[in-house]
Design a protein around this ligand. Sequence first.
Ligand code: PRP
Length: 190
Amino acid sequence: MPEPLRILANRAEVRRAVRRLGTELTEAYPNGVVLIAVLKGSLIFLADLCREIRVPVEVDFLAISTYEPDTGRVRIVKDLDRDISGRAVVLVEDIVDTGLTLGFLQAELTRREPASLAVCTLADKVARRILPTPIAFRGFEVPDVFVIGYGLDFAGRYRNLDLIAGGDLDVLTADPDAYVSHFYRGTARA
Ligand code: PRP
């Protein structure tokens, strides 16, 4: 196995964090909530999170494209299907890193006049923050390493892992499949 590879949250820890967040959201939104997931990474988190919420939930999706990494220059390539004005809205992210994507999305969604707008992220890479952003619902903090699993990818791989791991970016850049044989029974080249 290439080094270093660290398990940051195993399956049970991820499940526990998602359950806790579901309880927090249930208590915060007794009249229901609209969850907006940012594709693609948030998909798996959203699917598990919404089933841990015990009040009515509606879901919608945004897809964005980043012009340049770490600049906050983002374009919406798939917009919401619904009007969120007057609704209690929670933006669901798999990870907040620099916070620039979130900053853009919050400004954009605020213009649509929701009754409230909060952020729920599973992973928070605080050490990388450029734009400080209040995060009302947070799963756990992750260190400043490249994170894969549970929705988070490298070159499209590893999203379907049920844990979160820190990989070596140099190793992954040299070979995006570097961790495939460790995590999966087959190999990507099979
Ligand atoms: C990730 C994550 C956030 C963004 C956070 O998406 O889902 O949207 O990066 O980064 P920031 O805080 O530095 O702005 P990514 O670009 O990996 O796309 P994906 O979800 O489609 O994999």
